[in-house]
Design a protein around this ligand. Structure first.
Ligand code: AMP
Ligand code: ZN
Ligand code: FE
Ligand code: FE
Length: 287
């Protein structure tokens, strides 16, 4: 349809502004090095990396779609919502993300308190792993456990000590997905459900609920993501066709924090074009 969007495009990455390991400028450099022509920065509940990433994108001559991965909750399930091209100064969204980050901080301190009863781990250990103002999460606690020699890597921490069944961790505050989709649209953004099929067909949001999300403004679903099951991807493609949703593919890169490699999944130019056309809160760089 168009060749105005430079491909290949990876629409889901994390920098050290949340739980990735590279600063935004280094992440953009890594994206250029990996052969990507378009990358989206989607830190958890934060837009603090946008400016640095935009400058780096101009320097490297690649396109940048500023975004965010907004935390939401559907019953007991954590649901992530990618939000592209939102107005980063939108009052309601700024207030909501501040509330989520605040709750993440309180929660992390409590989790460390729980862990401190059984392991030699302090809040200072976690702060040492967390960049100034970064959105804190379990990965930072995992890094502190690694630094203390309690586990070998994040993977081991998540599979063991930080698994909910072990009783140390608990959820943070998050709005429900319907509220979040409406917030993102009201901020001029384009909401796309992140990795919605990580637990196969049974773990997917009910189609009736996805229809409600579409009525509230949901624009797309992330189909190609390493944690979506193949059965789940097929179901998502069917739903996307029925509901005329944009289908994306992305790496969910976290630097060295996860095995996910930049560009391991990509989004086709038509889909990126639709996202750019619908986003009114902010402009992409280089498109
Ligand atoms: P939280 O936001 O505190 O609930 O932690 C969830 C974050 O941890 C997500 O951003 C995931 O990318 C990351 N995560 C989940 N499982 C793993 C894992 N096995 N290894 C590394 N990071 C993980
Ligand atoms: Zn993450
Ligand atoms: Fe996610
Ligand atoms: Fe992510």
């Amino acid at each position: 349809m168009t060749d105005t969007v430079p491909g290949p495009a990876d629409l889901h990455t994390h920098s050290a502004v949340s739980d990735g390991t590279e600063d935004p400028r280094d992440l953009v450099a890594s994206a250029a090095e990996a052969g990507l022509r378009t990358v989206a920065l989607t830190d958890h509940d934060s837009t603090a990396g946008w400016e640095e990433a935009s400058t780096a994108a101009r320097e490297h001559g690649i396109a940048l779609i500023p975004g965010m991965e907004l935390s939401t909750r559907y019953g007991h399930r954590s649901v992530h919502l990618l939000a592209y091209l939102i107005d980063p100064a939108d009052r309601a969204l700024v207030d909501e993300t501040a509330r989520i980050r605040e709750s993440r901080l309180t929660r992390a301190e409590h989790i460390v308190g729980n862990l401190g009863r059984d392991y030699p781990l302090t809040w200072e250990d976690v702060l040492a792993q967390t960049g100034d103002g970064a959105t804190v999460g379990r990965p930072h606690i995992a890094d502190a456990l690694v630094a203390r020699g309690i586990v070998a890597d994040r993977e081991e921490a998540f599979a063991g000590i930080l698994h909910p069944s072990r009783g140390y961790v608990f959820p943070h505050y998050a709005p429900d997905p319907l509220t979040a989709v409406a917030l993102v649209r009201a901020a001029g953004g384009v909401p796309v459900l992140a990795h919605p099929a990580t637990r196969g067909r049974s773990g997917i949001l009910p189609e009736g609920y996805i229809r409600e999300l579409v009525d509230a403004g949901l624009a797309g679903v992330e189909v190609e993501h390493r944690e979506n099951t193949s059965e789940g991807r097929q179901w998502l493609r069917d739903v996307a066709r029925r509901l005329d949703l944009i289908m994306t593919g992305s790496s969910d890169y976290h630097g060295t924090g996860k095995p996910n490699r930049l560009g391991e999944n990509v989004t086709d130019s038509d889909a990126v074009e639709r996202i750019v056309a619908e986003g009114t809160g902010w402009s992409p760089v280089g498109i």
